[in-house]
Design a protein around this ligand. Structure first.
Ligand code: COA
Length: 316
C-alpha cells in the first residue's frame, strides 16, 4: 500500500468509498436518511493536506481535512478537522489503512502547525475507531438521530409545554447562562468568560430557531431549541431538524419533565412534516451524554488528539 497526497484524480473513487461507508452506518442506525448526493470533495484535493491510500493501483482509503484554523477548541493552538465525508476506507484491512493514512496526514498537519486533530468517525465503525484510539485519540463529540416516534414517558400534568413566541425568547436568558456555567464544570471544562457568554446569548436570541419550553406556573423550567442545520451533511437533509441547545433546572432533572418536553417537541415537529430529529453534543458532558444517549441513537463519534507544542520545533 502506498500513501500519496490526495488529488483530483482520487475524487471519484473516494466518493464511492464515502457513500459505501455511510450506507454501512445506515444499515445499523435505521433512522439515518437515504442520501442522494454527498458533499463535494474538490476542496480537499486543493488544500494539499489530504492523503490517499493506493493498493494495486486502486484507492482503498483517503483522509482529508479542513483548516488549519486558529484557537482550536478555544485553545492557543491551531487545529484541523476531518468531517465525516472527508475520509473513508474499504472494509478489508480498514484499521491498518487508517493507521497508515493518519501517520502520513499527521505529518502534513503538524508541519502546518496544527496540533489539535479532530476526526468525525461513524459511531459503529470499530476498525476506524480502533485505529485512531491506538494513535492517541479520545471521544469528544457525538451526532445522534431519532425518528419522530413518541418519547416513552409517563405524562406530566403539573406543567405545560409550548413553542415560545420569538418575542419571549429573552425569558430563556437565565437558563442559557446556567447552561454555560454547567459546561465550564468538571469534567467538561468548556469555560467561557462572562462577556463571551452574553455575546453568545445575544447571537442565540437573533437566530432563526424554534424554542420549546416547559413551564410550571409562570416559570420557564426547561427548554429545547431546534434549528435547521447540525454539524454534518446528514443533518442538512430535507425534513430533518437539529437540536442546538437544551437545559433543565437541576430540581426538575430526572423527574421525566425533560422527556415530556422532548415528546412535545417531537410531536410538534412531526405535525410540521419533519421526519427526523438530530442532536450533537459533547460526550464529555455527563448529563448530555446521559440524556441524549437515552432518546437518540449516535451515528458519529468525533475523536480528538492534542499534540504537544514542542512537536513543531522538530528539525526534519
Ligand atoms: C440535559 C438535560 C436537559 C436532561 O434533563 P434530565 O432531566 O437530566 O434528563 P433525563 O433524566 O431524562 O436523562 C438524563 C440521564 O443522564 C444521566 N446523568 C445525568 N448526570 C450524569 C452523570 N454525571 N453521570 C452519568 N450519568 C448522568 C441520568 O442518570 C439520566 O439517565 P438515567 O435516566 O438512565 O438515570 C439536563 O440534565 C440539563 O439541563 N443538563 C445541563 C445542561 C446540558 O448539559 N444541556 C445539554 C447540552 S447539549
Amino acid at each position: 500500500m502506498n500513501i500519496e497526497t490526495f488529488e483530483k484524480q482520487h475524487i471519484e473513487q473516494a466518493k464511492a468509498i464515502a457513500f459505501a461507508n455511510y450506507e454501512e452506518e445506515r444499515a445499523t442506525v435505521s433512522a439515518l436518511p437515504p442520501i442522494g448526493q454527498l458533499p463535494e470533495l474538490h476542496r480537499f484535493a486543493e488544500n494539499g493536506l489530504g492523503v490517499a491510500a493506493i493498493d494495486n493501483g486502486k484507492l482503498v482509503g483517503y483522509l482529508c481535512c479542513v483548516g488549519p484554523f486558529s484557537n482550536a477548541f478555544a485553545s492557543q493552538v491551531k487545529g484541523i478537522f476531518s468531517p465525516i465525508h472527508a475520509h473513508g476506507a474499504l472494509p478489508e484491512n480498514r484499521e491498518l489503512i487508517y493507521r497508515r493514512m493518519y501517520q502520513a496526514a499527521a505529518e502534513k498537519w503538524v508541519s502546518k502547525g496544527a496540533l489539535y486533530h479532530a476526526v468525525a468517525l461513524y459511531a459503529h465503525d470499530a476498525q476506524a475507531i480502533g485505529a485512531f484510539f491506538q494513535y492517541g485519540f479520545g471521544l469528544r463529540c457525538v451526532d445522534a438521530i431519532r425518528p419522530m416516534s413518541p418519547v416513552d414517558c409517563p405524562p406530566m400534568t403539573d406543567c405545560t409545554f409550548r413553542l415560545l413566541p420569538k418575542e419571549e425568547v429573552i425569558r430563556l436568558r437565565q437558563m442559557r447562562r446556567k447552561l454555560s456555567a454547567h459546561l465550564s464544570e468538571s469534567p467538561c471544562f468548556m469555560h467561557s468568560e462572562p462577556e463571551a457568554v452574553e455575546a453568545w446569548i445575544a447571537k442565540a436570541e437573533k437566530r432563526d430557531t424554534l424554542a420549546f419550553v416547559a413551564e410550571q406556573g409562570a416559570n420557564a423550567v426547561a427548554f429545547i431549541e431546534v434549528g435547521e442545520d447540525g454539524e454534518n451533511f446528514i443533518s442538512e437533509t430535507p425534513n430533518m431538524k437539529n437540536i442546538c441547545g437544551a437545559y433543565c433546572l437541576p430540581q426538575y432533572r430526572g423527574t421525566g419533565l425533560f422527556a415530556n418536553l422532548l415528546d412535545f417537541t417531537v410531536e410538534y415537529l412531526r405535525k410540521e412534516g419533519i421526519t427526523r430529529l438530530g442532536v450533537d453534543y459533547e460526550s464529555i458532558n455527563p448529563s448530555a451524554n446521559g440524556a441524549w444517549g437515552k432518546y437518540f441513537t449516535p451515528y458519529t463519534h468525533s475523536v480528538v488528539r492534542r499534540i504537544e507544542e514542542y512537536a513543531t520545533q522538530r528539525v526534519l
